[in-house]
Design a protein around this ligand. Structure first.
Ligand code: GLY
Length: 309
């Protein structure tokens, strides 16, 4: 069956692009629109792969109901960055831009994960890029939601692809991001709770919203095997020096207490954040803390933040 006919059959008039026409350029991104634990995405390099993806989703139902509808988008090239917005529905404030490291291996190799580390501010989001993000993405998004009668309040996560300084939206989330939050929030100098309250009260422009003039890096320590199968229940040791290290944070993610002692209880076990006057300093400090945390099979990337140096 022709791709265009097949898709039209499922989409009716809602298909945003005319697939199968000469103007379709590949790669195209074909996604199940429901939640698939981050696995519902095909990158079709040609028409044959696109047809197979649509067949897998619609006919073979490999994602079940999550594949009742698909989203087809142009493939975006560049580097990803995350910008978190706090809004009260009218005004908004921006946190420092961050960059996540989604692949399991150094050099962005291997499988996608929930995130193996992050740093902020992300230098690829220059003031000029941020201006474009605000004018072309954030302001129209907030304005559009308000005009449609549902002004948005709280955190908006804008996932971006930046290509030669040109930002495109990859995704929005109605939440903060992990592990970006572990670098973005420690860089907030002013009162976080006051800002949250102001976003609820509609008074965001009345409260201070200032950032430290520092950098932050966070390194995720994961269980061996993550993001595939991994074993939990491994005893954890943490050197006593960690408590004395300033501007360092050891965030527990997949940990538990068993018989009074800490053990691993998830794929991503810790996120270790450090601040520094420069990105290089924050990275060095974070890795110094990482060395003080141990459990059997502990795995972490060794190049977190290197792209920003
Ligand atoms: N770091 C990606 C996310 O939180 O969705």
């Amino acid at each position: 069956m022709e791709f265009r006919r097949l898709v039209t059959m499922f989409f009716g008039m809602r298909l945003p692009i005319s697939l199968g026409q000469p103007q379709t350029s590949y790669p195209q991104v074909i996604k199940a629109s429901g939640l698939c634990a981050g696995k519902g995405v095909f990158i079709a390099l040609n028409k044959g792969e696109a047809l197979r993806a649509v067949k897998d989703i619609f006919e073979d139902r490999i994602f079940g109901d999550a594949g009742d509808e698909v989203v087809i988008e142009d493939f975006l090239q560049g580097q990803e960055a995350s910008v978190f917005v706090l809004t009260d529905g009218r005004k908004y404030r921006l946190f420092l831009p961050a960059q996540d490291h989604k692949r399991i291996g150094d050099g962005d190799t291997g499988k996608n994960t929930g995130g193996m580390g992050a740093y902020a501010p992300a230098s690829l989001v220059t003031p000029e890029v941020m201006r474009r993000v605000e004018e072309r993405i954030i302001q129209p998004t907030l304005k559009g939601m308000a005009e449609e009668g549902c002004p948005y309040t709280g955190f908006l996560y804008v996932g971006l692809m930046i290509d030669n300084g040109e930002p495109s939206v990859v995704e929005y989330n109605a939440r903060l991001g992990d592990p970006e939050t572990q670098v973005v929030l420690p860089l907030l100098k002013s009162d976080f709770i006051a800002a949250l309250q102001a976003s609820v009260d509609g008074t965001l422009e009345e409260v201070p919203f200032e950032m430290h003039e520092k950098s932050a890096a966070t390194v995720v320590i994961a269980s061996a095997g993550y993001p595939d199968r991994y074993v939990t229940g491994k005893p954890i040791t943490i050197s006593r020096d960690v408590a004395a290290m300033e501007e360092c944070y050891l965030f527990h993610a997949g940990t538990a207490i068993k018989d009074g002692l800490p053990v691993t209880a998830g794929g991503r076990v810790f996120s270790v954040t450090a601040l520094g006057d420069t990105l290089g300093e924050s990275i060095d400090r974070a890795y110094r803390v990482v060395e003080k945390v141990g459990f059997d099979g502990a795995y972490y990337r060794t190049d977190i933040g290197a792209k920003g140096l």
